[in-house]
Design a protein around this ligand. Structure first.
Ligand code: ASP
Length: 329
């Protein structure tokens, strides 16, 4: 029987890092070939086609890098059964959200993975994450997701929750797509979502976004000139101190400039609901758009993609009212 063919793309991150200097800090290390020399068993799972997209700490990734990755995956994966993307954990949830939207129609698995400790270290999670990711990529389940620890998670619903645990990710508002223990158990909802991604996304990403993470007493400054959209990471179900004159001035500014103002929650579990409290209802009257169950990363990805494609307030409002690619809304 023919081996499945998997496109393995390297983008950097801890998995391939090496200690640099004294005292040693981790920095991008060897090429993908050298990484694979340390895990030769991957070639027993699949025929691997290797591509190095870039090799950097994911904290330095720009949205343009992710748009490039989406194009690369489309062009290079045509003759492959699945894709594995080695990526740093720090911004993996943002990349997974972007790719989840941009590649939702790819029709094959795209599995992002990385590790908390470099592959070169003895007690590392890198080897098992790589083996699990390649295994999942051969399973024919059309999802863009993060394989990490013992789970596979839908990318557009993920967040990084831990700096040090080997179970570093979760999808707080969606069960995992698969569990990887003694057996690989892919859940029935994996690969099943309605596709509503608008046409024309992915040429550009609007980075001129103002993101507010309030704390009690925070002064509400107007966003810098040139800002195209705002995300307000509200308390709980979407509450903000609506009695504050500076916050009302911010909303007024947003309305006058026709800036989309999306409300997400500082809480990971549960939904923004602007009808629950008077304060949320007041924000809604001021023109705020509910981010519902969108994670912070899915919200930023959606907003930047819609604005980058030339959309405005109406298109952003419509985007947040609908699930594009299986993200909880
Ligand atoms: N700083 C690293 C990165 O995101 C962290 C990791 O990969 O775990 O590239």
């Amino acid at each position: 029987m023919m081996s499945p063919s998997i496109l393995l793309i390297h983008t950097g991150g801890t998995l391939g890092m090496a200690p640099l200097g004294e005292p040693s800090s981790l920095a991008p290390g060897p090429s993908l070939d050298l990484i694979l020399e340390q895990v030769p068993e991957l070639r027993q799972l699949a025929d691997l086609k290797l591509v190095v997209a870039f090799n950097q700490d994911s904290s330095t990734n720009e949205p343009a890098d992710i748009l490039h990755l989406a194009r690369l995956i489309r062009s290079e994966s045509a003759d492959c059964d699945g894709v594995v993307l080695v990526h740093g954990t720090d911004t993996m949830a943002f990349t997974a959200s972007m790719l989840g939207f941009l590649l939702a129609d790819l029709g094959k698995p795209v599995v992002l993975t990385g590790s908390q400790r470099p592959l070169a270290y003895i007690r590392s999670d890198a080897r098992s994450n790589l083996v699990d990711a390649v295994t999942l990529a051969t399973k024919g389940v059309a999802e863009v997701g993060i394989c990490f620890g013992d789970h596979w998670y839908r990318g557009v619903a993920t967040d990084k929750l831990s700096v040090h645990r080997y179970e570093a990710f979760d999808t707080p508002n969606l069960p995992p797509l698969a569990e990887l223990g003694l057996h690989v158990h892919v859940h029935p909802h994996a690969g099943k979502f309605d596709y509503h991604v608008p046409a024309g996304l992915g040429q550009a990403f609007e980075t001129a976004l103002a993101v507010y993470c309030p704390y009690p007493g925070m002064p509400w400054a107007l966003p810098p000139a040139g800002t195209r959209g705002m995300i307000l990471q509200a308390y709980g179900a979407g509450n903000l101190p609506m009695g504050r004159a500076d916050l009302r001035a911010l909303f007024r500014h947003g309305r006058e400039q026709a800036l989309p103002m999306v409300i997400t929650s500082q809480c990971l579990w549960g939904s923004v609901d602007l009808e629950t409290y008077e304060l949320g209802a007041l924000a809604s009257e001021e023109g705020a758009i509910s981010g519902g169950l969108h994670t912070r990363w899915a919200a930023i990805a959606k907003l930047g993609l819609v604005l980058g494609a030339g959309g405005g307030l109406a298109e952003v409002r419509a985007a947040f009212a609908c699930s594009w690619a299986g993200e909880p809304v």
